[in-house]
Design a protein around this ligand. Structure first.
Ligand SMILES: [Zn+2]
Length: 203
């Protein structure tokens, strides 16, 4: 099937042709991948006879898919320019990410709130991949609602919840951004991101 037709299933349709051209121009192997939980996308530099490789999780909403794709292409472009001399999310990467987002801003692809979150993310010198909670939250709003998605920040204090795989925790107080949670089985303390998806457990 035509590359752009495939990309249109995952990206805002106005964005698909340009991403298709980048794949050709940068000679990149672009893969739509399963959900990897810990990350949205991945870039691998040429190694052992293989060229540039980018993969992006299939289950991101179109805006999150686009932001992640541009994020990974900015890694590719930075690698072409600087090889290993530039840090993964350093100033060179950041400048490229900013520059490569421009055509999508010009096409007015993003809703106002997402555009605002991306702009402040780009202007925050500490920002890296998905550590920006505002960006993550504003992108998440456009997910097709799953059945009763619950995040740690919405779990009542002292309530029990479980994570994928079944381990059960009790929610305790917030420390800066993250929440202290005690695993019931081991009594060990863990720190959870406020946006981690969990399931409530009845006492
Ligand atoms: Zn990255």
């Amino acid at each position: 099937m035509d590359k752009v037709k495939v990309l249109e299933k995952y990206l805002p349709s106005d964005a698909a042709p340009l991403i298709g051209r980048w794949i050709d121009y940068f000679k990149c192997e672009f893969k739509i991948s399963r959900n990897r939980g810990s990350k949205f996308g991945d870039y691998r530099s040429p190694y052992g006879g293989k060229g540039h490789r980018i993969s992006v999780n299939y289950d991101l909403n179109p805006y999150a898919f686009l932001v992640t794709t541009v994020h990974e292409f900015a890694h590719l472009h930075t690698w072409n320019e600087h090889k290993q001399k530039a840090k993964p999310h350093g100033t060179e990467w950041k400048a490229n990410f900013k520059k490569m987002m421009q055509p999508f801003f010009e096409k007015d692809i993003f809703p106002a709130d997402v555009k605002h979150a991306i702009t402040s993310y780009l202007n925050n010198p500490a920002a890296s991949s998905c550590s920006d909670l505002n960006l993550y939250r504003s992108l998440r709003k456009y997910d097709v609602p799953k059945e009763s998605v619950l995040t740690v920040e919405k779990v009542p204090l002292k309530a029990l919840f479980k994570i994928k795989g079944g381990r059960v925790f009790r929610k305790e107080e917030q420390l800066r951004k993250r929440f202290k949670c005690v695993e019931i089985a081991t009594k060990r303390v863990y720190l959870f991101s406020p946006v981690a998806e969990v399931e409530l457990v009845e006492d």
